[in-house]
Design a protein around this ligand. Sequence first.
Ligand SMILES: C[S@@+](CC[C@H](N)C(=O)[O-])C[C@H]1O[C@@H](n2cnc3c(N)ncnc32)[C@H](O)[C@@H]1O
Length: 369
Amino acid sequence: MERTAADAHVPGAQVPEGGPGGSGLMPGPLERAVYGLFVSSSLDLAARHGVFARLAEHGPSGTAELACALGLDEDTLGRLLTVLRAFGVLTADPRGRYSVPAASLPFLDPRESRYLGGFLRHLMESTTERLRRLDACLTLGRAGAEAALAEPLDEPFADLYRDAESTDRFLDAMWQLSFDVSAELVELAQLEGARHLVDVGGAGGPFAVAALLRHPGLRATVFDLPQVGPKLAETGAAYRLGERLSFSAGDFHRAELPAGDCLAFGYILSDWADDTCLDLLRKAYRACAPGGVVLVMDRLFDESGYLPPATAAMNLAMHVETQGRHRTGAHYLELLRAAGFTGCEVRHTSREKHLVLGRRAAGPGGAER
Ligand SMILES: C[S@@+](CC[C@H](N)C(=O)[O-])C[C@H]1O[C@@H](n2cnc3c(N)ncnc32)[C@H](O)[C@@H]1O
């Protein structure tokens, strides 16, 4: 039986799924806030070194077994696993063998489409670095911080696309974040009559691919920065989409958008301030065939204005990574209406990315797309 010193006071205890309450030293939410850094780091390291993949494939395993199978230092791994267990990310049986709770497995097993290892890595490597700039924003304001740091806070893509490895990592993270939920979004969008989807800033194609898989009569164009082209070509080949999936390289601030009867913005408008969103939506209106639709797919704050917690967290990241913010559904409805769309409505998925849909009124002939 493998036990660590930290386990000793709770022999064989099963940590409830969802994590323990406070230790008694301080309230649970405060304790998790103070020590969350250690949990995120441990989670990222465990994911990168295959701990969750191993547990998912081989079932419950102890520290020594995991360290041996993965070629890791047993002492360090033991401490890391102890953190994950103490905070409820892992459970352990009376023999000290660790497991991933069933509810977390779809997010931690790399074979699953909801696997979040890539997103986690992006948070740890890119976002963490950028969060250091918050202090300057807080004391000097954003404009003052940009002047003091002598760099723009809101041009992440030049940095993210600086080389092939970083480009790949970012686009993989976007795929992991967006592909799984896209099946739900495609259903909610009711694209049955659509013929040409234009996915603005569509990245490696998570939404476009989900739409093409669901609707055989549809073709899709991903409009994005040129660096994204090779990744989209790989995706198209992997899913054997041939000419149904094409790439159009461009800058949506400078160019008009390709014409289509469905214009999609997935995690795009949250990168930009309201006036830029309005410019983009007006371009979408011009590019959209009469009777066509625009799809805004993003995290939404609920009516409380501060929940869910993940939206609150990413809203802070937006402040140092982009010019944008997260918004409520009502806020997006206002933007869509201001750009000329009608019949606008919010449709919720079961996940963190939701749909706000607008329609371009059919022409005088009344032709729907
Ligand atoms: C946050 S990602 C969203 C990716 C994808 N739509 C999704 O939902 O997962 C933002 C995307 O916008 C693209 N993008 C950023 N600035 C752009 C610009 N000026 N013109 C075109 N695409 C741009 C990026 O390359 C990236 O693919």
